[in-house]
Design a protein around this ligand. Structure first.
Ligand code: ADP
Ligand code: MG
Length: 251
């Protein structure tokens, strides 16, 4: 199992929750090293329990991309507020992004992650699993920006026409400067594992942005699409463990 030989915070609690089939939820404001190891470990424990260890690196890469996007979006929202700019106004968005360009670093993410925390802008990561499948939901307290949404959908549908990452990068790598590559990468990684692209969703709900990955383990798996499009049906408190994080100095 990946993550087995490094120190994982709350390791025993996580393992026990996975083995009891509980929902596991993390709340965070920026992605720390500690949390990266925990997320890797949760995935490893779930995949091991349900006998799908081969999906580890794909799932972990996809999840990390979603969490980075989510925490970055909250941080960006705080940054725009600080400048007195409306992130949802296309012109103001462009001007804010111009100012921000080049200054997003680890340090920036940490600093603005902390500001997001003070401002109450969360990212939550929820794992639900049964013998039939796994569902991972990442939510953050920022809308997908209108213009972004159109761009994202275009990118994703374009991505669909490629069979693998390499051919997509060969065709697009030079002109996109890394922007908007993450979600397409996720799509193509999942496609590479023969996971139906419809099971990877990005969308808006109630002022939040949602990223969702569903992985069927058996033919009985039911996607939340249609039935419960929000995909975050409540479960009783005793069926959930919550691992809450504030930003940790030095991690
Ligand atoms: N969770 C999210 N909340 C708000 N906006 C998001 C979120 N995820 C992605 N986006 C928007 O979609 C764009 C494309 O995301 P992505 O493909 O990962 O590219 P990148 O992260 O390199 O910009 C982001 O630049 C951002 O504007
Ligand atoms: Mg990204």
């Amino acid at each position: 199992m990946q993550g087995a030989d490094v120190d994982v915070k709350d390791r025993e609690r996580i393992l026990q929750a996975v083995n009891e089939g509980k929902r596991i939820r993390f709340v965070t404001y920026s992605l720390t090293d500690t949390m990266e190891r925990q997320l890797d470990f949760v995935i490893a424990a779930i995949l091991k329990k349900h006998h799908h260890p081969a999906l580890q690196s794909t799932l972990y890469s996809c999840l990390k991309e979603l969490v980075v996007n989510a925490t970055k979006a909250n941080a960006k929202r705080v940054y725009f507020e600080g400048l007195g700019l409306d992130i949802n106004d296309p012109d103001q968005y462009r001007s804010g992004m111009q100012k921000l360009k080049g200054s997003i670093s680890e340090k920036w993410i940490r600093e603005y992650g902390e500001k997001a925390r003070l401002r109450g802008l969360e990212t939550s990561i929820t794992f639900d699993h049964t013998d039939d499948g796994l569902r991972i939901l990442v939510l953050n307290d920022t809308d997908l920006i209108g213009a972004d949404e159109t761009r994202i959908r275009e990118k994703l549908s374009e991505g669909m026409s490629y069979d693998d990452l390499l051919s997509f990068y060969m065709a697009n790598g030079d002109q996109t400067e890394g922007e908007g590559m993450g979600l397409v990468m996720n799509l193509l990684l999942l496609k590479g594992e023969e996971i139906d692209p419809a099971l990877f969703r990005i969308g808006n709900i109630d002022g939040k942005t949602m990223g969702r990955i569903e992985i069927p383990f058996t033919e009985n798996f039911q996607s939340v699409r249609g039935k419960d499009p929000r995909g975050w049906k409540d479960r009783p408190a005793e069926e959930t463990i919550n691992l809450n994080f504030t930003t940790e100095p030095g991690s």
